[in-house]
Design a protein around this ligand. Structure first.
Ligand code: ADE
Length: 415
């Protein structure tokens, strides 16, 4: 079996962490049990480009139990958990991922999983899908799945200009993915990453959240819970208004730059914090990014402005500017929740990856009848995921009476 990982001797530690995460993923486990008996992916190959974490390992094992041959590479050079990679290889799942790999090795790994000529590709950020449209046009998978907002935006751009040649399931668009993973997952794990990188006290500090989508809202919520004064920067007036009514101060980036102690970008856009903002920031400000790509902080710009740079702690680097101010960048400006912490907790990846498993099954089940466009999983599957999660959380769910159903379906009765 071909693979490329950092250190096979880490397998035992990885296996323990995978098992711990698995205990907190009951929805995925329910699907896995069904996969074991029904084998819906029998004889198919799934190539995944996801963050190589304990949660992803549980998804890979569920797909394998569904009959698939699975291969995994990283969707970010800094998010790979080397012990997890080793445990998967020990369990005969080929992994091509090494934490801290350079761009050449990262893309070599992407090609390595595509060399298996997959029936389904699974992306977090659309790297496999992009390569399938550029370098590897000879491959014709049944379809692809996409985990994240950034990836879906890239794929929608492909669909819009008529270049998309595959059916894609936008897993991110399932309510049981984006309403929970993006908000509660990113909210907790981004703060976790900043704290692990810096160990600063958030209570009483000013945390600037740039972007108020599902992820930004989650981060702002959690920073608020820690007692921070939260400032939100937004370009969309509706979202900015929402942030204001959620109780946050809303400022433009120039004004926010002057008062922030900790900055977190969550926009999916390029250079949202750049030279003009760095010029205004306080000495000691911490800069981090929780968006998919490392483009949200203009690091090249910061490097150009700095007179020196030095590592301060693991995952925290200081840049000294000509006037003596020092700005500290967490996790090289890559997504801080996976670069400096362990990503979203298993409890929330449970639902995201239940959707991924069902998306793979849905693509295989509908092979041949799908068009090259972006699909969302049927609403009943979303409801099923939510219902299983609720049950495993010990929550009750009320049911409509027949009379109530009739009332909702009628228009004649107003009172
Ligand atoms: N994305 C965010 N958190 C993650 C995790 N724990 N595993 C895989 N992908 C993730």
């Amino acid at each position: 079996m071909d693979f490329d990982i950092a250190d096979p001797s880490l397998a035992e530690k990885g296996a323990r962490r995978i098992a711990w995460a698995g205990r907190r993923m009951p929805v995925l486990e329910t699907i896995r049990e069904r996969f074991r008996s029904q084998r819906p992916l029998e004889g198919r190959t799934v190539a995944a480009c996801l963050h190589v974490t304990a949660e992803t390992a549980n998804l890979m094992m569920a797909l394998r139990d569904g009959g698939a041959q699975v291969l995994l590479c990283a969707s970010n050079p800094l998010s790979t958990q080397d012990d997890v990679a080793a445990a998967l290889v020990e369990d005969n799942i080929p992994v091509f991922a090494v934490r801290g790999e350079d761009a050449e090795r990262y893309y070599r790994h992407i090609h390595a999983v595509l060399d298996a000529e997959p029936d389904v590709t699974m992306d977090d950020g659309a790297d496999l899908a992009t390569i399938l449209h550029t370098d590897r046009t000879e491959l014709n998978p049944v379809g692809s799945t996409e985990e994240t907002t950034t990836g879906v935006i890239r794929l929608r751009a492909m669909a819009k200009d008529g270049t998309l040649r595959l059916p894609v399931v936008a897993v991110n668009d399932s309510a049981t993915k984006h309403l929970f993973d993006n908000r509660y997952g990113t909210g907790q794990s981004a703060i976790d990453g900043i704290l692990r990188a810096s160990n600063v006290l958030l209570a009483g500090s000013t945390v600037v959240v740039v972007g108020y989508g599902d992820c930004g809202r989650g981060v702002a919520d959690r920073a608020d819970g820690f007692g921070a004064k939260v400032v939100v920067v937004e370009v969309d007036p509706i979202r900015a208004l929402e942030a204001a009514m959620d109780g946050h101060q809303v400022l433009n980036a120039d004004d926010a730059a002057e008062i922030g102690d900790v900055f977190i970008t969550v926009t999916g856009n390029k250079h949202v914090l750049r030279g003009r903002h760095f010029e205004r920031m306080k000495d000691g400000a911490i800069l981090s990014n929780a968006g998919h790509f490392d483009i949200e902080l203009d690091l090249e710009g910061l490097i150009g402005m700095a007179v020196s740079r030095r590592p301060l702690r693991e995952n925290l680097e200081e840049f000294e500017l000509a006037d003596g101010r020092r700005l500290c960048v967490a996790a090289e400006g890559r997504l801080v929740n996976l670069g400096a912490a362990e990503g979203h907790p298993a409890d929330v990846m449970d639902m995201s990856f239940a959707n991924q498993a069902m998306a793979a099954e849905w693509l295989i089940g509908n092979a041949g009848s799908l068009e090259p466009r972006i699909y969302t999983l049927p609403e009943e599957l979303d409801d099923q995921v939510a219902a299983i999660k609720l049950a495993t959380m010990g929550c009750g769910l009320e049911e409509l009476t027949e009379e109530q159903k009739q009332y909702l379906a009628s228009w004649q009765v107003g009172t």
